[in-house]
Design a protein around this ligand. Structure first.
Ligand code: NAP
Length: 470
């Protein structure tokens, strides 16, 4: 894949880059390694000041940065502005809370026959971040803010279609005060990742992306014995039960499916509706979806911009056509438009069957699959019936049913009477083929820390009865 900015609203290539050579990549890794030696010795308070400065720059530069993202990957300008603001808030969150998250945690010294025992969180070194284009700033920030606060350095291999946002991020952290090498953008294709991750100076990797990329990185990391965090795809269920507020559920379902032009890992993708309210929900949902305005992502009146790539649009078009050929019913949308740009209309398909691709694959665009179920048990069975387990949404006002969904849905997060989203305060991640490890919160910061056990004795010959040599 070439490294270039191509405007998805027009299909025009605006700027392209030569990939960095192996020698340039090696020099960048060496610099990240040297920068780590200094960064780890700075105080949390100092790093917090730099991250706060990054937040201030993000706020001040919100509109230009948002325009850049919209031009590179097609999200609406309003959504891009909100993404910049969210990134600034995450920087401030980690700047404010890292001291507590990284503080030594005392343990029961008597129980372990020590004078003192505690856990210390320390940075591990340069971490490779392989990131996707769909939230080009936020996906990187939710790795970078906690990683830099912990004292790690970051090497970013961003998606090949968002090079300017990638370069902006390096520049941002540099201007905020982090020394050269603390955060470096590597303009390389995915074929360079194996070599970078195999470098002994690179200590770990985080990937947000597809299952295929996850398998590839996990394979290299396994061979090299390196820690990874993988945030992969999802096909989140959105279950609607008879007690739900249908108007609200249909409204949120529309946003949950079409935000970011339908290209979100945590978008609701499968709408699983109890038969008692199926027709009423389907009618409201399809009407809402059909009413969305598709068009120029810079136009404030636009709800849904183009897909980020022609390949992405062809893929969802093929998934819809496959379902229709096998007997699915289209309630709205379903026709690939002609003309420039990679637009696709909000679409609802129902009468789905397991042999259709849409049943089990992730659909990365504004296309909703609508499933009819006749009981709680069947709703959970369909909801859990994919290889993914990222997020899950359940709509019910029955407190007991809410509790059962929380326990029974096999996903990294469950949102009841709402849509899945991410907050710096809450851990984020998946189970099954949606990946492993967690981002955000204190857990996200500690993924790339050495959780060091410290035991300080009184100098006796042994640790005492009950201790075992390992
Ligand atoms: P993708 O092809 O996997 O690309 C993501 C990143 O991985 C890009 O930087 C890409 O580089 C790189 N990459 C691709 N193949 C690779 C390989 N074999 N080895 C190493 N790196 C590789 O993903 P996408 O299709 O563009 O993005 C959408 C996917 O990301 C969806 O499945 C979505 O659900 C998932 N996603 C997950 C989360 C989450 O938090 N769980 C969030 C957002 C998106 P190039 O661009 O150079 O190919």
């Amino acid at each position: 894949m070439s490294i270039a900015t191509t405007n998805p609203a027009t299909g025009q290539v605006l700027k392209s880059y030569d990939p960095m050579s192996d020698a340039q990549v090696d020099a960048a890794i060496a610099q990240a390694d040297r920068a780590f030696a200094d960064l780890r010795r700075t105080t949390v308070a100092q790093r917090g000041r730099w991250l706060t400065a990054a937040a201030d720059l993000l706020d001040a530069e919100r509109d230009e940065t948002a325009r850049l993202m919209t031009t590179e990957m097609g999200k609406t300008y309003a959504a891009a502005q909100a993404e910049v603001t969210k990134c600034a808030a995450a920087c401030r969150f980690y700047a404010a809370h890292a001291e507590r998250m990284l503080a030594d945690e005392p343990a029961d010294a008597r129980a372990v026959k020590a004078a003192r025992a505690f856990v210390r969180y320390q940075p591990i070194g340069p971490v490779l971040a392989v990131m996707p284009w769909n939230f080009p700033l936020w996906q990187v920030m939710r790795f970078a803010a906690p990683a830099l606060m912990a004292g790690n350095t970051g090497l970013l291999k961003h998606a090949s279609n968002v090079p300017q946002t990638a370069l902006y991020l390096e520049d941002l952290f540099h201007r905020a005060g982090f020394a050269p090498g603390c955060f470096t953008t590597l303009l390389v294709g995915s074929d360079a990742v194996d070599r970078i991750l195999s470098d002994p100076r690179v200590r770990a990797a985080t990937l947000t992306g597809s299952e295929g990329a996850g398998r590839s990185i996990a394979q290299t990391a396994g061979r090299e014995l390196k820690k990874t965090v993988l945030e992969l795809g999802g096909s989140d269920p959105f279950v609607v039960m008879p007690s739900a507020d249908l108007d609200r559920a249909a409204e949120v379902a529309t946003t949950a499916r079409c935000q970011n032009n339908g290209q979100s890992c945590i978008a609701a993708k499968r709408f699983i509706v109890h038969t008692e309210v199926f027709d009423a929900f389907a009618q409201r949902f399809a009407a809402n979806m059909a009413a969305l305005r598709v068009g120029d992502p810079m136009d404030p009146a636009t709800d849904v911009g183009p897909l980020a790539s022609e390949r992405g649009r062809d893929e969802i078009d093929a998934q819809v056509r496959d379902a229709v050929e096998r007997g699915a019913t289209v309630l709205c949308g379903g026709e690939k438009p002609t003309g420039p740009g990679w637009f696709y209309p909000p679409t609802v398909v129902t009468d789905l069957r397991p042999e259709m691709r849409i049943w089990s694959e992730e659909v990365f665009g504004p296309v909703a699959g609508l499933f009819r179920v006749s009981s709680y048990a069947e709703a959970v069975e369909v909801a859990n019936g994919t290889a993914f387990g990222l997020g899950a949404n359940a709509w019910t006002t029955d407190p007991q049913e809410q509790e059962r969904f929380v326990t029974d849905l096999d996903a990294g997060n469950v949102f009841v009477n709402g849509m899945t989203t991410s907050f710096p305060e809450l851990p984020f991640g998946g189970v099954k083929n949606s990946g492993y490890g967690r981002e955000l919160s204190a857990l996200g910061m500690r993924e790339f820390c050495n959780t060091k056990t410290v035991w300080v004795g009184r100098g006796e010959a042994t640790a005492g009865a009950g201790a075992h040599a390992e």
